[in-house]
Design a binder for this molecule. Sequence first.
Ligand code: F6R
Length: 642
Amino acid sequence: MCGIVGHVARSCSTRPLEVVMDGLSRLEYRGYDSAGVALTHGEVDDGSELTVVKAVGKLTNLRAALAETPTAPSRSAIGHTRWATHGQPTLVNAHPHVSMDHRLALVHNGIIENADVLRAELRAEGYRFVSETDTEVVVHLLDRAFHDADLPAWEGELAGLTGPDSDRGRALVAAMLAITPHLQGTYTLLALSEEVPGLIVAARRSSPLVIGVGEGENFLGSDALAFASRTTDAVEVGQDQVVGVTAEGIVVLDKEGAVLEPHHFSVDFARERATKEGWSTFMEKEIHEQPRAVAATIADRLDATGHLALDELRIPESILRGADKMIIVACGTASYAGLVARYAIEHWCRIPVEVELAHEFRYRDPVVNEKTLVVAISQSGETMDTIMAIRHAREQGARVIAIVNTPGSTISRESDAVLLTHAGPEIAVASTKAFTAQIAATYVLGLYLAQVRGNKYADEVEDYMEKLERVPEAIQWVLDRAESVRQVARSMADIDSMIYLGRHVGYPVALEGALKLKELCYIHAEGFAAGELKHGPIALIDEGQPVMIIVPTPRRPELHNKVVSNIQEVRARGARTLVVAEEGDTSVDEYAEIVFRVPRTPTLYMPLLTVVPLQIFACELAATMGHDVDQPRNLAKSVTVE
Ligand code: F6R
């Protein structure tokens, strides 16, 4: 939530603004309530200045504001795209926030939980507040510390800064070190001052920040995607660390101000392909990327002896063998991937699997100990609810396996094992290819555990993997028939609610289909376990109520026949029935107004196919209704606050 970008160069040019605006456009998925930039111009000796430009709404409004009032060449820049937490999405609440003398600017991602107390203290000292944000408290605190003559400057060196520049730079670093222990909550902070235009000072706690290493310039971003096309060399910023970034160097400090060895990692080049590539929306592109996303996630997992491997494993096999329970924690779509996974993992590994929304998990005092395996599923790897859940689990002695799409993300760093989904960057706010890649990854995990725990022989694992490898082709088969789904969606722009029904692995698919419709079309949609229908939800059915039913394969008659009966039951009460059914399953034809087909696939793998028409349906219906498919209202791609 909220995207943050920074850039610092050796001399003034248009580049800092260009880099920051480009970075913001790559991070806009993180929030789009408002956007803003702060730039430093000139040199300290001959008069430096700070400019702040902000606009409410999407980045395009900020672009228009900058076009109307062009800014002078700059030495450094910070930018922010906001998902509003404290205060309405208005101009005064937009970041960057500035000190009262307008010489220091700051952007923030996270929530300062003790903002009220700090605000009262600052007000008593005469500080005036113009916004309703928690962030403005931080800018005043930083400014107060920066100008506190009694605060000793930080003792180290900031590469490239000399004379008064160096002195003020060390004072700004000292100020950031001094204030962060007083902040409760979560933050990524980036600050710059016209008193030291060649420096950006940053800090983080439980919100993401990475630094990109350039030549004669450096970059900062909430996500490496912000600068992925400009450098492949990135530096991690750890919990409670403070950094000073100049054009010539980066110093990473612990909370006491001691210099740490920077930990470099390589930025994934695939992230560069975060463009629409001819599709009219990212969501359409990402739906169509699913065969590749699933194939890449399961590729090269088997070694020559038929044994599966995870990406990073810091858990002894004896612990995996001794585990007596698995708890999958995740939110939203990722939690539905977990619900699908439960069917497969319990079946293959004979271990009880619970699936829990990450934000509920730690508050119910769950029974977790060193024999519990916790699996965290997250596209972004930065979802705060999921981070807090895994921290809680580890405190109780559990081992955590992360399934994430973002290498180097907080969840992957804080887990004992990592399995990467290779879906590539997912830009559309509503998740599609990450969901199917997550399901595929949980299957790899389930088979891996079945192999380690002795529930499946290597040849059985190989057999399941071979069948899984055929799924991308089957997804392509569904995508090749997307136009028929789109046509139906276009004809249904008048609906004001939709019910989704599924049984067994079709049940989480029903939940996901309903979530896609809510997010994209802003209409009420609800997914039910089909068996639950007669226990209440059937009362919702009246003339014309659209119901989407996911039908299991006829090869599992104990599941299939009951769902076919459900179609008849809702049809008899006037429902419009849209059905997702296997190719050749003619039993549904008589009761279904519309049938979307999927090819024959093993039951456990069916969600990878049956969800696709539901994604296409929601995407096309939203477009027909005139909604912004990639950036639905009120949402942000990664939910980095609780
Ligand atoms: C829905 C959606 C969200 C996310 C959820 C978890 O389309 O994208 O429900 O699945 O916010 O996000 P991650 O996977 O990043 O932890």
